[in-house]
Design a protein around this ligand. Structure first.
Ligand SMILES: C[S@@+](CC[C@H](N)C(=O)[O-])C[C@H]1O[C@@H](n2cnc3c(N)ncnc32)[C@H](O)[C@@H]1O
Length: 655
């Protein structure tokens, strides 16, 4: 078979059988016996046509009397292969491009007139190519179906969407992730260079090498020796966000072919356990063969449907990775034909993704991490799934993370990687922390297992019950690098009866009041909402800049160590503070934007120690500006969305 015949066969198979270009091409190349130059040409022709298919058809239709869409698949694709060479490949002479395509049509079509048609259209293309005007419509220009181009434009604006679609048609880098259980990045780079591979270190991702001139990867001894595996930088980042540590028990719920499992096992340097599950039995071998090649004995594989509950896994893993099946529209660079798939069946994916996330969330130990990931850029499969999940599951919250590279959203726990911005695949991941405790405050009564007025003995009994689960949580916390006993309730007594119940902020605790997270909602959003429920007093003349807030009718008190409010950015004193040391801003925000302690207390406490409003910080004239208006439904909704909360139910009357 010739290179062009291989390309034609792959293109026709993509159209007719819905085969994946990369998989089918690799398989055909293996049997076709082409040398490396011809194999590269076949690949370029197949990918080049798919990357530019709509644009090629647009030009061909201007020159052909027969609509390209109505031609026999072999003839259509012979024409596209020829047109691609004429328009995009400088090194192939036009006459060769034309005559080779005529041969393809002659051999492949039953219609004796096909060869003549291909000859006529391609010769016209050669004559007129310099006069052809590129289409205005970006969907045609970058060969993306209209619905997808519109989705990208809607999200990014036209200019940036065009950059994304252009990047989708670029060649992706070959990223090798170093198996650091076997060798360092430098050692692997040297081994590869000795085999004639061109190697660069990834500009921002450690232990990642960018390869070119590899030939067949499988034949490299560095590959056979398990020194690396192939994985895009974005997919590796997702695993890094989970912050895996030695000794963890990790579940990869949708694991095949195993990339995230390998990254997880390597991140733990083999000192942990990874259970890699997939629904398809035939894919087990991919995971096992990869793990064996890389020498990662900590990986075991299991056939399992991530949508249905496996009792043995309940509350069992410090980290669960849900790299769910998705539309794959972030990896168009690697699978150029994925964009042409029928969009209708894709609409069902969010249902499957939600079902998987819902089910595997039960496998996370309290205090552990649930990582949701996709290789798509559609919000309905990404942010929307996560938000819907968080609305329903008060025991999970987004958690920020640190990763290499410059990614918006990392601090808030959700990242989208973009081919045109980051040079990675299009990828999405969100890190969710399962809370060790979620406590809804009972106004004037208590929270958690404690009730105001309890005797010390009763409170002790309640605490002992709690300590059992705290012990297990401490173990999970230890694995995540949080040493010591988890923060627990602070109890204060008056006349032998419980009079104050307090809790400190912790990454795995949540205190709610009517669905609002009292220690994760920014104070400037939280206070106005609480103010519509009850009057408050605070320790500052400016009611937006208090450190302690008391809501006597609720028996509730909130405290923060520092005070941060966006309006402080205008104040000279605050400006001076952050200009002296820019890290100060982060510190003030960390310690002052949200409350750090919640107390439920009896009224006696503040009667004895009333709050005295002091001057506002940063030596500015005080101008109370807190508006005691009822937030509108839209305001409440916006805040709830921002923090992944269920909007508080409107309380019945009396307000
Ligand atoms: C995006 S891929 C996973 C890629 C893999 N994590 C990696 O990094 O190499 C999604 C995988 O989910 C599997 N899958 C689809 N539905 C599933 C289900 N209900 N339960 C478990 N696995 C499923 C598919 O077979 C596919 O291998």
């Amino acid at each position: 078979m010739t290179a062009r015949e291989v390309a034609l066969q792959a293109l026709v198979a993509c159209e007719k059988q819905g085969a994946w270009s990369d998989g089918f091409l690799k398989k055909t190349l293996r049997t076709a016996g082409l040398d490396s130059r011809d194999a590269a040409l076949a690949t370029r022709l197949c990918f080049g046509v798919l990357q530019n298919q709509l644009l090629l058809d647009y030009y061909l239709n201007q020159l052909s009397k027969v609509d390209v869409g109505k031609m026999e698949a072999t003839v259509r694709n012979s024409l596209r292969i020829g047109a691609y060479q004429v328009l995009f490949l400088d090194r192939i002479p036009n006459h060769a491009a034309v005559s080779e395509s005529v041969n393809l049509a002659r051999k492949g079509s039953k219609n004796p007139r096909s060869a003549g048609l291909v000859n006529g259209v391609l010769r016209a293309l050669v004559r007129q190519k310099d006069q052809l005007e590129p289409p205005e419509d970006p969907a045609l220009r970058y060969s993306h179906p209209k619905w997808l181009a519109e989705t990208f434009i809607c999200r990014l604006g036209r200019e940036e969407a065009e950059q994304l679609m252009a990047a989708d048609n670029d060649e992706p880098p070959t990223c090798a992730q170093v198996n650091t259980t076997r060798a360092t990045a430098e050692q692997v780079a040297e081994a590869l260079r000795n085999e004639g591979v061109e190697v660069k270190f990834h500009p921002w991702l450690p232990d990642c090498l960018l390869l070119s001139h590899t030939g067949s990867l499988e034949e490299l001894s560095a590959f056979r020796d398990g020194l690396f595996y192939i994985q895009d930088a974005a997919a590796k980042l997702a695993v890094l966000a989970a912050d895996l540590r030695d000794g963890m028990n990790v579940l990869d719920a949708c694991a095949a072919p195993g990339g995230k499992s390998f990254a997880a096992a390597i991140a733990m340097q083999g000192r942990g356990r990874v259970t890699s599950c997939d629904i398809h039995p035939h894919k087990m071998e991919l995971i096992l063969a990869g793990a064996k090649r890389l020498g990662l004995d900590s990986i075991s594989a299991k056939i399992l449907d991530a949508k249905s509950c496996n009792g043995e896994f309940l509350n069992s893993f410090e980290t669960v990775i849900a790299d769910v099946p998705c539309s794959g529209l972030g990896i168009i660079r690697k699978k150029p034909d994925i964009r042409y798939k029928d969009p209708k069946p894709l609409e069902n994916l969010p249902r499957v993704q939600s079902a998987i996330l819902e089910n595997v969330s039960c496998y996370v130990k309290p205090g552990g991490v649930l990582l949701y990931a996709t290789c798509t850029l559609l919000e309905r499969e990404n942010e929307d799934i996560v938000r819907k999940f968080l609305d329903k599951h008060k025991d999970f919250t987004l958690e920020g993370f640190e990763i290499p590279g410059d990614f918006d959203g990392a601090k808030d726990g959700m990242v989208t990687c973009w081919p045109h911005r980051h040079g990675t695949d299009g990828f999405f991941f969100a890190k969710l922390r399962r809370m060790r405790g979620v406590y809804e405050i009972r106004p004037k009564e208590g929270f958690g297992p404690f009730t105001l007025g309890m005797t010390e003995k009763e409170a002790d009994t309640a605490r002992q019950q709690l300590e059992k689960s705290e012990k297990a949580a401490a173990e999970v916390g230890r694995l995540f690098g949080r040493y010591g006993a988890p923060e627990s309730f602070q109890l204060e007594y008056q006349d032998g009866r419980l009079s104050r119940i307090g809790l400190n902020r912790a990454s795995d605790l949540r205190v709610l009041y009517q669905g609002m997270d009292l220690m994760r909602t920014h104070a400037e959003n939280l206070i106005p909402i609480l103010a519509r429920k009850a009057d408050f007093r605070c320790d500052c003349e400016d009611p937006e800049l208090g450190s302690t807030y008391e809501f006597p009718e609720l028996g509730l008190e909130l405290w923060r160590e520092q005070v941060y409010h966006p309006k402080l950015l205008d104040r000279p004193g605050f400006q001076e503070l952050i200009q002296t040391l820019p890290e100060n801003l982060e510190y003030e925000q960390e310690h002052g934007w949200c409350f750090e302690q919640v107390w439920v207390q009896s009224s006696d406490f503040r009667e004895q120690y009333p709050l005295e409003p002091g001057p506002a910080p940063y030596s500015c004239p005080t101008r109370p500006v807190l508006i005691h208006h009822e937030p509108t439904a839209e305001e409440v909704d916006a805040i709830s969305k921002k923090y992944g909360l269920i909007p508080p139910k409107p309380s019945g009357g009396g307000e």
